[in-house]
Design a protein around this ligand. Structure first.
Ligand SMILES: Cc1cc2nc3c(=O)[nH]c(=O)nc-3n(C[C@H](O)[C@H](O)[C@H](O)COP(=O)(O)OP(=O)(O)OC[C@H]3O[C@@H](n4cnc5c(N)ncnc54)[C@H](O)[C@@H]3O)c2cc1C
Length: 384
């Protein structure tokens, strides 16, 4: 560990490592990532790898559309097969849901360059054989959404950061953070202390504790989200399917397993044990949509911790009164898909001193000013 860095990044998940990668690409050479456990040990190695631009607020659609563009370049940029696969996302609309909500989302997406189409009941059944046609009105479909493999992405980032001369420190929790009058940061870890011109907080659900060390109140709370994998099946599912009604997502991997989750309402916690109530709820929700799934065996099941904000939208901004302290947290269940753009935006801010246009709406100030973004397309925790 050195005694000074241009940029010290707290948190070695996809957000922290992507930010390091993007900074190194821009020629900022003296960059280090400090991780409490091991790289990717947080949510970043527990997710479904879903990547979509279909969201409800124009601000988030613009962020995710930009990120989707970055994903399309990432395999070449990282020189690694990250198993990026554009099979689309299909938001199922049930007969008892309000179709106009989905029309509104589609209009926002179309206005922001995302070519989401309405599929009728026949078209949905064509894309999802086995779906219960009697309960489906149709769906919103965007063919360029997709998935990437989280482990491949994390490996690729490790290699890329190391290859470009960045430092990755594992078992190095940041235990203290302060800023002097010139805005220069000092971090302390069990490996030693260092100063840094810029400090980035990418510690997900643990970010409020880091922000508090700098006197910042960050409204991010932990929420358990579980995921399961079934035995491999013959390929039947092209796109990722989503039901906002149930908070359910499911897609089929290249090996044929179905990877899925669904919403279970529970209090905030850092609990990462799998629960029986999740398995029961997923079985209920998925067989309601796809009755044949009752014959399918679950082979693995785990949980991770979402870092939720009150409006389901991330915080990506310099901290109030500390421009050299950047917060990139509160991804509310969508941090994997947004990471390439978040890393790029943070690197752009650090190298230019200007907050990029796409990043502006995600300022922490919105909570104090009561101007929440209210994302309507969140599958995890129900927002108030
Ligand atoms: C079941 C599940 C399914 C999901 N599916 C999707 C999906 O399909 N698509 C999508 O986009 N997102 C999905 N997500 C969310 C996604 O995984 C996260 O938003 C994303 O991984 C966040 O990355 P991160 O780097 O910000 O956080 P993390 O990966 O959690 O990394 C934060 C890191 O900070 C470290 N840390 C904490 N405190 C300190 C400290 N004091 N010092 C140093 N390090 C510290 C932690 O150990 C951790 O490794 C899912 C999440 C779960 C749980």
């Amino acid at each position: 560990m050195k005694t000074h860095y241009d940029v010290a990044i707290i948190g070695g998940g996809v957000t922290g490592m992507m930010t390091a990668h993007k900074l190194l690409q821009k020629g900022v050479g003296n960059v280090a990532v400090f991780e409490e456990k091991w790289m990717g040990s947080g949510q970043s190695n527990r997710n479904s790898g879903g990547i979509r631009a279909q969201f409800g607020s124009p601000e988030t659609v613009r962020l995710m559309a930009a990120s989707l563009k970055e994903w399309r370049k990432l395999t070449v940029e990282l020189d690694y097969n990250i198993l990026f696969h554009q099979a689309g996302y299909l938001f199922l609309v049930l007969n008892d849901e309000n179709v106009s909500d989905y029309d509104s989302q589609r209009i926002v997406q179309n206005r922001n360059g995302i070519n989401t189409r309405w599929l009728d009941n026949d078209e949905v059944a064509g894309l999802v054989p086995g779906i219960r046609r009697d309960i489906i009105a149709g769906g919103n479909y965007h063919a360029l959404d997709g998935t990437a493999h989280h482990d491949a992405v994390l490996n690729a980032l490790r290699f890329s950061v190391a290859r470009q001369g960045g430092e990755l420190h594992e078992h190095a929790p940041v235990t203290s953070l302060s800023f002097d009058g010139d805005g220069r940061g000092t971090i302390k870890t069990p490996l030693g202390s260092a100063t840094a011109d810029f400090v980035v907080c990418a510690a997900a659900a643990k970010s409020p504790g880091i922000a508090a060390m700098a006197g910042i109140d960050l409204p991010v709370t932990p929420y358990r989200r579980e995921l399961l994998v079934t035995e491999p099946l013959r390929h039947f599912l092209g796109p990722m399917i989503v039901s906002l009604k149930f908070g359910l997502t499911a897609h089929q991997t290249l090996r044929g397993e179905v990877v899925g989750n669904t919403r279970v309402e529970e209090p905030e916690s850092f609990d990462t044990k799998g629960s029986l109530s999740f398995l029961v709820q997923f079985a209920k929700d998925v067989t309601h949509l796809l009755p044949f799934m009752k014959y399918v065996k679950v082979v693995r099941h785990w949980a991770g911790t979402y870092d939720m904000t009150p409006d389901g939208s991330p915080v990506i901004c310099p901290a109030p009164r500390i421009p050299n302290f950047i917060i990139a947290a509160g991804s509310s269940g969508h941090g994997f898909m947004m990471a390439p753009e978040v890393g790029k935006l943070v690197a752009e801010y650090i190298t230019t001193g200007t907050v990029p246009e796409i990043m502006r709406p995600f300022s922490i100030d919105r909570f104090e000013q009561g101007e929440l973004l209210k994302e309507s397309s969140v599958t995890g925790k129900k927002l108030d």
